[in-house]
Ligand binder design. Sequence first.
Ligand SMILES: NC(=O)c1ccc[n+]([C@@H]2O[C@H](COP(=O)([O-])OP(=O)(O)OC[C@H]3O[C@@H](n4cnc5c(N)ncnc54)[C@H](O)[C@@H]3O)[C@@H](O)[C@H]2O)c1
Length: 252
Amino acid sequence: MQLENKRAIVTGGAGGIGRAAALAFADEGARVAVVDVDAEGAAAVADAIVAAGGDAIALTADVSIDTDVRGVVDETVAAFGGIDVVFNNAGIVRRATAIDTTVEEWDRVFGVNVRSIFLMAKFAVPVMADDGGGSMINTGSGWGLTGGANALSYCASKGAVVNMTRALAIDHGPQGIRVNSVNPGDTNTGMLRDEARQLSADEAAFRAESADRPLGRMGEPEEIAAAVVWLASDASSYVTGSALVVDGGGIA
Ligand SMILES: NC(=O)c1ccc[n+]([C@@H]2O[C@H](COP(=O)([O-])OP(=O)(O)OC[C@H]3O[C@@H](n4cnc5c(N)ncnc54)[C@H](O)[C@@H]3O)[C@@H](O)[C@H]2O)c1
């Protein structure tokens, strides 16, 4: 098992990529704190892990709020005795240009996608450092590397995630903490389906929109989770500050 004895936090763990990662972490032997604003969804994932013989807790938190993130760190330490892995994955998207993005939307996207990672690093890094180190993985996006249409605040926030990851890796490498971003392309989750619904309700059309890449299809959340398991595990022990792209061979 790749994550035996690891104690992990997964944000946005109620759905999509976070849910797949929480389940994969548990399958690989980790104890998992499943964190989400969606209390019911987080509880369902933690229950599924426990039902399969694993160890998990569900924590309700808005990751953009400092006291919530502090609470997640404290409750995880109280439950598991420490933290070895943090997967900062919770995120939101607003589809709008600069003209159509409200100031409130801009701040919300940056609160959930960027501030959250600063807060988690602020509170969890000292705990990880005390234990001799660990691995933090932050969910960026292909659009954080290339930009994309009609999603200015999202593209800006994900660009920030990629560079924050590098800066955190530089600051905390000496403490034994590796920090990497995973950058998915189109992935079959609620987020993508919500967006696609604006374009087409038809399943075939939804899938066809993501077919313009070498592998000819969108990704599944489990395929992103597999990369995150690797970054969380000791198998990636010399990898830090990297931006791993998992997108079927093409971002557009
Ligand atoms: N699906 C894609 O195509 C795709 C592509 C690139 C990057 N991403 C990124 O992957 C990550 C996961 O997205 P997903 O596709 O699984 O989406 P999703 O909407 O299925 O899951 C996101 C989860 O985050 C939770 N969440 C939202 N705001 C939160 C907050 N303030 N505090 C705590 N939890 C919160 C939601 O409740 C949800 O469970 C996001 O960071 C997203 O930007 C997704």
